[in-house]
Write a protein that binds this ligand. Structure first.
Ligand SMILES: Nc1ncnc2c1ncn2[C@@H]1O[C@H](COP(=O)(O)OP(=O)(O)OP(=O)(O)O)[C@@H](O)[C@H]1O
Ligand SMILES: [Mg+2]
Length: 332
């Protein structure tokens, strides 16, 4: 589809936006998170949600998974988890006197890895391989993962005992790094009202409680194609490059780079472009704008850079540094 042809994917978009709208009635003030979950699903991306306990990280993924009629698996991470608990394993079958591969949870469409920093490094790397390559090798056999495939991981960054922080280089495989913050008083009251009403109505936040009109995988896969065809012009591409290279010290926004120890890899550009295209499509456009890039930049780039120890000691955050780069970088 060229940028001038009319879009014929109207009803798919309406359906996805309606599902997002429905979710926002149960995930208070999480519109931005919800949008990014669908964007990741439409672009083959993965999401890492970070935040203190009790901020609806798990609930978000459960409800999101229930809004899509795709296969869903949930893994609760513990220090004794084994890679095979995620990937699957060969099981001997007496009847046929042979081994049969039993698929693990990573073979589902949407996989929630809860509290991923409680899983040991071997498990984390099995997960990251699946995320990066959309396939799993086990016992010398490589198996493709289903489409769509999306990992949504959560972690609580303030708890350190018995955790294995994701290696920085491996975090790069995530598309979005979402930071859920504390609600204000108005939001807190809405959360309270919502959850109390649910307990009266006995509505469940479990993924087994499917949404009224879940989006089917055919719609998702068709929409993925439509998103791939969204036009992203030279000016927008150049803006992306200015943002990424600013993390490496180039250009106007490059000054913020004195606070950066490890800048963004080219994965940052690619994820930013794909996220911007999906955002444009969800808003009914067949071309991405610099504003789409801007809207995605903090959640795409913040987890992709690491800061100088001095900057951390001064209380700077990755998100604040990306914000500075956005402010200093010309859009067109
Ligand atoms: N923004 C919100 N909208 C709706 N419910 C919320 C919101 N924030 C918190 N809650 C409620 O708070 C409770 C905790 O949610 P959940 O278990 O998903 O938190 P979590 O972030 O996964 O916590 P933990 O890190 O301890 O696992 C749930 O009952 C949930 O309904
Ligand atoms: Mg949780």
């Amino acid at each position: 589809m060229s940028a001038t042809e009319p879009m014929n994917d109207h009803s798919d978009r309406l359906q996805i936006n309606a599902a997002a709208q429905q979710l926002s009635t149960r995930l208070i003030e999480h519109e931005s998170l919800i949008r990014k979950l669908y964007i990741a699903l439409l672009t083959g991306g993965h999401v890492l949600i970070e935040g203190a306990p009790g901020l609806a990280k798990t609930r978000s993924i459960n409800l999101f998974a229930a809004s899509v009629s795709a296969d869903f698996a949930r893994v609760q991470s513990t220090p004794d988890l084994l890679p095979a608990d995620l990937t699957g394993t060969d099981v001997y079958q007496q009847s046929s006197a042979s081994f049969k591969f039993l698929e693990g949870p990573l073979f589902k469409n949407i996989v929630l890895i809860d509290e991923v920093n409680r899983a040991p490094p071997k498990v984390q790397s099995a997960m990251l391989e699946a995320m990066g390559e959309q396939q799993i090798t086990s016992g010398g056999v490589t198996r493709a993962l289903p489409q769509p495939f999306m990992v949504a991981a959560t972690q609580n960054p303030i708890e350190h005992d018995g955790t294995y922080p994701l290696p920085e280089a491996q975090k790069d495989r995530f598309m979005f790094f979402i930071d859920v913050g504390m609600p204000n008083d108005v939001t807190e009251r809405r959360i309270l009202d919502t959850v109390l009403a649910e307990s009266v109505a006995q509505v469940s936040a479990s993924p087994d409680a499917r949404a009224d009109y879940p989006v089917d995988t055919t719609t998702i896969l068709r929409s993925t194609k439509a998103v791939a065809n969204v036009h992203i012009g030279d000016a927008v591409r150049d803006y992306i490059v200015r943002l990424i290279t600013a993390t490496r010290g180039d250009g106007l926004g490059g000054e913020a780079a004195i606070d950066i120890r490890q800048p963004s890899s080219p994965r940052g550009s690619i994820f930013l472009a794909n996220a911007a295209k999906a955002n444009a499509w969800l808003e009914g456009r067949d071309f991405a704008t610099p504003e789409d890039v801007e809207a995605m930049a903090i959640d795409v780039l913040s987890g992709r850079i690491s800061l100088q120890y001095r900057a951390i000691a001064e209380g700077l955050t990755q998100r604040a540094v990306i914000k500075k780069i956005l402010q200093a970088t010309v859009k067109v």
